[in-house]
Write a protein that binds this ligand. Sequence first.
Ligand SMILES: *Cc1c(COP(=O)(O)O)cnc(C)c1O
Length: 345
Amino acid sequence: MPVTTYSDFRSDTVTRPTEKMRRAMAEAAVGDDVLGDDPTVQELERRSAEAMGKEAALFCPSGTMANSIAVKMWTGALEEVIVEERSHIYNMESTHMTFISGVTPRPVRSARGAMDPKDVLAAVRKPNVHTPRTSLICLENTHNNWGGAVVPLDNFRAMRRIADEHGLKVHLDGARIFNASVASGVPVRAFAGEVDSLQFCLSKGLSAPVGSVLAGPRERLELGRRLRKALGGGMRQVGVLAAPGLIALTEMVDRLEEDHIRAKALARGIAGLPGVRLDPGTVETDIVIFGFEHPALTVPALLEKMREKGVLALAIYGGVRMVTHKDVGDADVERAIRAFREILA
Ligand SMILES: *Cc1c(COP(=O)(O)O)cnc(C)c1O
């Protein structure tokens, strides 16, 4: 029997807007945001800044643009940025550091997303005619390619100390900072308080259709606003997108806990199956990444068999990535576990 509905675990980006979001989009008060008079965007920016404990915020079309603006606004020519080697900003954003900012990234290894302060210190360049000047450290929390790992607040504090001692700025790619907060019990403001700027995504587990917010100091974000325009991210009656973003920010955070519970259930259900390399104890939030080594099945072959059973996942680093979110429930998790068991029996 052909599959007609899929259980889509490819990413939390596949979440559809809620009915309430759809209504809010239809009813949103709007103006021309490039001219500075869209009241719904202004409210989203005000409430985002408040949530993060920052002076100001800027609504951006994507997380990639928010990160691009952040790197550009904190760096200049002949400079270098310290990044974690598996980070999204280094690996998954089409090289905007070199393409847009003209700076070089300096990757540093980590333990599940938390870089060792000694390694970061060693990567800070000593002033020298030959080398770039280190000007920025980028963090990521939760860490996507480390399976949604939460980077502890202590690690943020250590990075802050190094930055202060060496005159560096710190930017946080907080695409899933609310997942980190819900999982660890650490308020988002505590993470945000250790960095100069951060971006978070409204369009992932929080389920808004579009958008990210960049938060930071007011004066620097005025430059950020000009950079957003230069990059083609100045949008007009965009209150229609800020309205579901406001619902994402104010009403969708608490339910992230459900995603974490389901991701752990999924991990427990498939750990130990032939070929699956997964310690379910490492699953902290909504992302499950596992290695796959099987005598008869490659990762693409496994994913194709899963698709035939109505379950979608993505290939990553020689393994498989699955993400729980609003639009997959307990029945989808059970379906996925059943499919794996049948295929790998
Ligand atoms: C999704 C994501 C981004 C960028 O978001 P887009 O809106 O897809 O550009 C940045 N960082 C991390 C860790 C992400 O998961």
